[in-house]
Design a protein around this ligand. Sequence first.
Ligand SMILES: Nc1ncnc2c1ncn2[C@@H]1O[C@H](COP(=O)(O)OP(=O)(O)O)[C@@H](O)[C@H]1O
Ligand SMILES: [Mg+2]
Length: 468
Amino acid sequence: MKKGLFSKTIATFTAIITVSFVITAAVLSYWFEGYYFDQRKEQLLNESEFIRAAAVKYLDGDISNERVAEILSGIGNYLSTNIWIADKYGIVYAVSNNKYKDLIGKQVLTDDLEELRKGKDIEKRGVYGDIFTAPVHTFVVPIFSNDMFKGAIIMHTSLDEIREPLKKVYDIIWISAALAIISSFFVVYYFSQKIMIKPLGKINCVADKISKGEVDKRVYIQSNDEIGELAKSFNLMAESLEKIEENRRQFISNVSHEIRSPLTSIKGFISGILDGVIPKEKEQYYLSLAYDETQRLTRLVNDLLDLSAIEAGQLKLRIEEVNINEIIRLTVIKFEQKIKEKKLKADVCLQDDDLYVVGDKDRLIQVVTNLIDNAIKYSDEGENIEVKTKVKGSKVYVSVYNSGANISEEDMKHIWSRFYKADKARSSKVSTGLGLSIVRSILTQLGEDIWVENKQQGVMFTFTLKKI
Ligand SMILES: Nc1ncnc2c1ncn2[C@@H]1O[C@H](COP(=O)(O)OP(=O)(O)O)[C@@H](O)[C@H]1O
Ligand SMILES: [Mg+2]
């Protein structure tokens, strides 16, 4: 992934930069060539003034042919140009370079004469008859004296020669374009490494470690862009993973602990009986203790199965009309024996005879059973228990109260967690610490609420149900 993204970025940027610089360089070269040729033409026009003056003087007989040739050769050398002068019939009578003196007396202008007579300049590029085989720039200016057409000045400059200084400019343009492309390549390389590739690499590396179980690893990227955001979300994800992992460990250690203690007791009782350490007459007693422990184990395993089913969302609630008052009455009767044993005073205060709510009958029995079981378990002998139902609007409030010690602030936060047992001494034998988490999971699945309040003297658990 790393290499792919990197080379794609570099390729894209380099392509963009190359295209833009090449276009710029081409436009610049084209413009410069035009500008240079314009400059050149201007120069030729300026110089042609002197030649025109000399030609007129010659035609008037004021100076000799040699003098004209001298002036031509001077200017021709200065401009690196071949200059000829032709008369009004297009016949050459003076040349700047002796090489072409054979042309004297020959007609070189024919078709163009018409234009020249009208006072127009003529400019051409390319080979010129069979005289210049290499491409030349030809510039022809007419000569007028007293408004009379007297002939023309013909100037040939080798294009190669004109382009010679241009070549240097082109070189400069293209070399700077190449330098710009290369340096921007490095800039893009550096920044894409710094901004994207390295941070992504870091995240990738940490993700790899987390996937191998090092859930405490985090990425440290300080930037305000999307990559920074990604790093933040990534760390949040890692945190929740770590929490889940921690919960899982905690859960396993709790379960193992809960299973180990009854197993140890059972093993102790049975081995005591087997090797005769426990006397015959006490065997019955110890066997009943072992039986209690197996019951505790069964309860624990059932609770665990319930809890995991509820939490995995596999537990499908059978939603139906349920008479909550009926459930409460039956549950209290179920606990009658225990209530009597503890000499508790149980009050059942129900609104109406029948109170129908939306729910799953078996699960609601489980909820009420757990709460009443707790109320009995956590109250001392001779105290009160009160179960109430009350209708408020579309809701039914069910509360289970027992007089007794309040739950401390600290415990309040944890009683809903799995395996949490506040009063360890009292509850160790009979409790799993799973009751309230099951109660809450069931009610949450029903879309209902449950909370606990410390009363002046005692504890009250209240949950809501939807009235029909
Ligand atoms: N009625 C109550 N009065 C005082 N404490 C309670 C009451 N009900 C629950 N608790 C506290 O909440 C803890 C969790 O309850 P629960 O999940 O039902 O587990 P268990 O009943 O197995 O101990 C209990 O250990 C106890 O400390
Ligand atoms: Mg309980």
